[in-house]
Design a protein around this ligand. Sequence first.
Ligand SMILES: Nc1nc2c(c(=O)[nH]1)N[C@H]1C(S)=C(S)[C@@H](COP(=O)(O)O)O[C@H]1N2
Ligand SMILES: [Mo]
Length: 384
Amino acid sequence: MVRLPVAVDPRTLSRSFSSRLRSPRLTSQLGLMLAVAFSVCLATGALSHAIQHPPGWFWWPSRPVGLYRVTQGLHVATGLAIVPLIGAKIWSVYPKLLRWPPARDLAHGLERLSVAGLVAATGFQVLTGVLNIARWYAPMGFFFTVAHFWTAWIAAGAILIHVGVKLPIIRRALTAKVRPVPAGDGWTRRGFLLTVGAAIGVVTLSTVGQTVRPLAGVSVLAPRDPRVGVQGVPVNGSAKGARVADKALDPAYRLEVTGPAGTRRLSLAELAALPQHTSALPITCVEGWSADAVWTGVRLRDLVTMAGGGPDDQVVVESLQDDGPYRISTVAPPHARDELTLLALRLHGEPLHLDHGYPCRLIAPNRPGVLQTKWVARIVVGRP
Ligand SMILES: Nc1nc2c(c(=O)[nH]1)N[C@H]1C(S)=C(S)[C@@H](COP(=O)(O)O)O[C@H]1N2
Ligand SMILES: [Mo]
């Protein structure tokens, strides 16, 4: 018979992991940092969801131009910062997780279960988020956005319960007089927290350059370098992948513009003959990368006017693409009437590359990339 070494006996295991550093105060301080990161992540995530699936009451402005870039950059950055924070927090309590028996009574057992749910839901969020920004969809046998959205609320609920249950301990731990850890004991609480902070700094610096351009060079772990791609801009979804190349390159291509004044069909030459304007606007992908670019084309509001619409109208933009979740988008009135919003024909002065949406693509200020429809076939102007 194989006998387990004593140290693996669950009854004694917790004792072999004692550290004087662990204390309710340390755990509470880490919890506070996690609460801040989680709140920002949840708020910016819910915002991004609302922009993409706006409920009737929701209103999102077209300015400042780069606001969504900031909120989505924060969403991904705080999500990634949660990784070292969770690691540190679990480390700070894990002898407790190995305690035997795992629950003293029913109430304690339920509380333990809620912590298990919390760890599972948060872990799922971090994992699916990282897979998504890495564009590695294969391990996810579900639709990312739906799963990520609903699990966020499960995690939020579990966190509220957890904080509610622990509030007396947290309050005591954070308000009690600090009992200094004796010197010469190796780690101090401050040193540990500084290390966690440094780990967050490394995670952030190595990834945030995908949206903060000056840091692009140091962000070696960023899935995207915003400086790299055809015409100097990354491509999310090629023309080949979207199976639009034939239609996009067809000389018979016409942009269909429909509104109260009827329907017009414009050739690319006719579009190019309309007054051209230039806007410097970023592509801001929900995946957290963002690339500055200079677009030239026809103002969407000029096309709205041509179609017999006005400043309170919205525009539905449809792609040549036959299917896919991003083949259609709705431009709300604030964006439709913004003078920066273009049906772009050119990028950085050259005709749009096929992968960037040739013959023309939508580009509007303060909108997620998923709504910047490429290979536009039709625009329909009407009341929201
Ligand atoms: N028709 C269509 N437009 C689309 C997409 C798409 O899949 N189909 N992808 C969107 C996404 S997710 C982003 S981030 C931007 C990226 O634009 P880019 O490839 O020119 O950088 O295009 C958007 N427009
Ligand atoms: Mo995107």
